[in-house]
Design a protein around this ligand. Structure first.
Ligand code: AMP
Length: 420
């Protein structure tokens, strides 16, 4: 072992498990790609104020969990704790939001960083796939995103994912609710920090996981009872579309989520097998975010699904993903001349699109065959001096054990045929 270890709250993705991780990332992104979402990639770090303004000064993410640094030039940067603010910034900066081009639909995938207390399913470095639809206020768009996420989980074979749904209201009705909630919260027995939060962002108090707080929240006013007619109608249409698409959801009038920018539709996907870190993904509408970061009005909606926790959810349900074969063919040369010949065959096979590998390091035949077995290859190519003299290669079917001599000059075509 090296004397230097991975930092606390992080882990390495190593084969063979890393293949599952890649497959999950691919499966989450696939439905969004099919629905017209284009790929976007933004830097791993941004100016701090993108997140302090965008995510919110009162959120844990900004106040406690951001990795910030000051460059030698004095610029304040932060490792990105989430994707939405960056994607919106990039779209604005790249002028993707021209009239006629809306909504701008984007998907992304990458690493995110939060200085959180590490525990099972909660890391300081984690991976998300996200999708955002910018610049349209259309309940069908909210529904589209939710359906795409639900379809991704279904395609992965997950059965125990629940969808929680809420509306947080808009500029008209949210302030009225906010005031009613503040009135209620000020009457509770809460610590100093939480009292401060009541004044800055009272909705976040509903998200407090502590038992002592939750107990007192039993009679708290609910947003559902305060939605204006426009928000009610909008939410009703989202729910209708979900029902029509056969996506089951549970109304959760207390769902607020940890970021400040959400308006109207808010949702979270939770999984029963993950302990306290049960959220596998979430998102919602953020109509005011563009203005908060200095852009024009650009009502938008999106989600981010956690790759790490989706992998854990698959494990919890015992779902085995069908993984693409790593190696189809493995070459085992016996002798120096055969090394040269088979290495050339392997190169030719690869160029013909066949996944092929080779027994490197000049190991003995026993170890080379072990490597062939480990590689999962369906066929092993074996050749020694006598084979070369006959201009053939022995092709061994690893399942049946059967071995046939195949002419060297037709080996690539023959192998492709066998694999087809
Ligand atoms: P959020 O941006 O907090 O809504 O997170 C979206 C999703 O990212 C969550 O549902 C989790 O699946 C995942 N996620 C967020 N924070 C972490 C973390 N610290 N470790 C692992 N996954 C996380």
């Amino acid at each position: 072992m090296s004397t230097i270890q991975a930092p606390k709250g992080t882990y390495d993705l190593l084969p063979p498990d890393s293949a599952v991780f890649l497959a999950v990332r691919e499966a989450i992104a696939a439905p969004a790609r099919r629905a017209g979402y284009g790929y976007v990639e933004t830097p791993g770090f941004e100016h701090v104020e993108l997140f302090s303004r965008g995510v919110g000064e009162s959120t844990d993410i900004v106040t406690k969990e951001m990795y910030t640094l000051t460059t030698k030039g004095g610029t304040q940067l932060a490792l990105r704790p989430e994707g939405t603010a960056s994607v919106l910034r990039a779209a604005l900066e790249g002028s993707l939001h021209r009239a006629g081009n809306l909504p701008v639909k984007l998907w992304y995938s990458g690493s995110y960083y939060r200085y959180e207390a590490p525990q099972a399913g909660r890391y300081r470095h984690f991976s998300q796939v996200g999708a955002e639809a910018l610049g349209a206020e259309d309940p069908m768009l909210d529904a589209e995103l939710i359906i795409l996420a639900a379809d991704a989980y279904r395609a992965l074979g997950l059965r125990n994912v629940r969808l929680l749904l809420n509306s947080l209201g808009d500029r008209a009705c949210r302030p009225v609710y906010r005031a009613a909630l503040q009135d209620f919260l000020r009457g509770l027995d809460l610590d100093e920090d939480t009292r401060r939060r009541i004044e800055i962002n009272p909705l976040r108090v509903l998200d407090d996981k502590r038992e002592s707080v939750q107990r007192q929240l039993a009679g708290a006013p609910l947003i559902t009872d305060h939605l204006c007619e426009a928000c009610k109608a909008y939410h009703e249409q989202v729910r209708e579309q979900l029902a029509a698409a056969g996506v089951a959801y549970e109304d959760d009038p207390r769902l607020v989520r940890g970021l400040d920018y959400y308006t109207r539709t808010t949702f979270e996907f939770v999984h029963g097998g993950l302990g306290s870190q049960s959220a596998v993904g979430g998102g919602g509408r953020y109509d005011g975010l563009s203005e908060m970061i200095g852009g024009p009005s650009l009502p938008s909606v999106g989600w981010a699904l956690g790759v790490d926790r989706t992998v854990l959810a698959l494990r919890a349900e015992g779902v085995e993903l069908p993984l693409p074969a790593g190696t189809d063919v493995f070459a085992v040369p016996l002798g120096e001349e055969a090394r040269r010949t088979l290495f050339a065959v392997v190169t030719e096979l690869r160029r013909a699109g066949v996944a092929a590998d080779f027994a490197f390091g000049g190991k003995g035949v026993k170890n080379a065959m072990k490597s062939a077995n480990r590689s999962g290859a369906r066929f092993t190519l074996v050749a020694g001096d006598r084979d070369l003299a006959d201009a053939v290669v022995q092709v061994k079917d690893m399942e049946s054990g059967e071995q046939t001599a195949v002419p060297l000059d037709g080996i690539v075509a023959a192998v492709k045929e066998l694999l087809a």
